[in-house]
Design a protein around this ligand. Sequence first.
Ligand SMILES: NC(=O)c1ccc[n+]([C@@H]2O[C@H](COP(=O)([O-])OP(=O)(O)OC[C@H]3O[C@@H](n4cnc5c(N)ncnc54)[C@H](O)[C@@H]3O)[C@@H](O)[C@H]2O)c1
Length: 342
Amino acid sequence: MSKLQLGIIGCGWIAPFHAEALNRLCDRVKVKWVADPIEERAERIAAALDGDDIDVLLDYRAGLGGVDAVSILVPHHLHHPITLDALRAGCHVLLEKPFALTLDEADAMIAEARAQEKTLMVAYPHRYRKSTQAFKRVIESGDYGRLFMLDAFMDEDNREYVTGGWFVKKATLGGGVFFSASAHMLDVMLWIAGDVQSVSMVGTQAGLPMEGEDTAISIIKFKNGVVGSTRHTWFSPKPDRWYSMRAFCERAVVCLTVHPLGNLAVEGRRCAWSSRITVAETGAEEKVLLDSDEGLDLTEETRHFLDCVESGARPQTDGHVARQLMQVALDAYRDAEAKGAN
Ligand SMILES: NC(=O)c1ccc[n+]([C@@H]2O[C@H](COP(=O)([O-])OP(=O)(O)OC[C@H]3O[C@@H](n4cnc5c(N)ncnc54)[C@H](O)[C@@H]3O)[C@@H](O)[C@H]2O)c1
């Protein structure tokens, strides 16, 4: 089978993680070009990719006709226009999260993908991680009884990362930390617990120079009766994990914890990791069920995209799932605004 020809649009912080995954899948995909208006960023990603024949473009539009698919890794306010350009040029799209800034934008992107009969997948990486999948399997095995509560926490120090530009403005980020990044946790929670009955949120600006909140807590009731919470800060004085989720079942607490072993915001792809699943049963010592060095590895996410393009199957995190996550976030902001809580 011939390889899928792909272009990368946006060569900033997340791009080396995509490049690494694409290198791992080089038997199935060939990166033809990388595009960024900042040439040295595009050159850095071209150099990180396998192959010495990768074009560097300042304007992605020049490359759309020559590829089957694009990875779109740009600021949030550009997700909608660039995705529409790519779909209209006949490209399948892997788009970084969050989907869009508004539900109208999301609907237009879903409709365009359908009209063009192209795959549109939104990159919510956590559910594609092997350790998250193992966590879900343990909960769903029923070995520890019925799930009744999920508690998720993201503990990040983004002082080196959120310094200006599009990150600090609501018009370009779409909101604050909750809109931009808490959906990583919400995606896994909805994947495990299903549809949301209600959500509320509180937020604060702890210290980052952002218009939106840099710290947010939400509480969620799922239609199946499960309750959940997310806590998230980008201003942690001393992060002791990147991400954790605890699942309270009738007879045990199952916990997934993902620790960067360095400063993720600064070290990026060089950062080493530890991912661990533990189970603490009533009256017993805590047991380790899984210990791995899996970190922000986008290989399985990218493999799923390639599988869906090849088979025509619907991606797990397609436009409808991503729209549902946006709806939850927007409902949470509406609740917070009504109560003066953000
Ligand atoms: N999955 C994750 O854990 C994760 C982590 C960080 C960022 N992200 C997402 O990745 C996306 C990019 O974030 P980032 O941190 O890499 O931001 P960034 O600012 O570091 O990089 C964005 C890049 O896009 C480029 N760009 C701007 N306009 C462009 C255009 N018209 N054509 C091509 N390139 C253009 C910028 O020059 C910049 O290099 C966002 O959607 C963000 O939410 C995901």
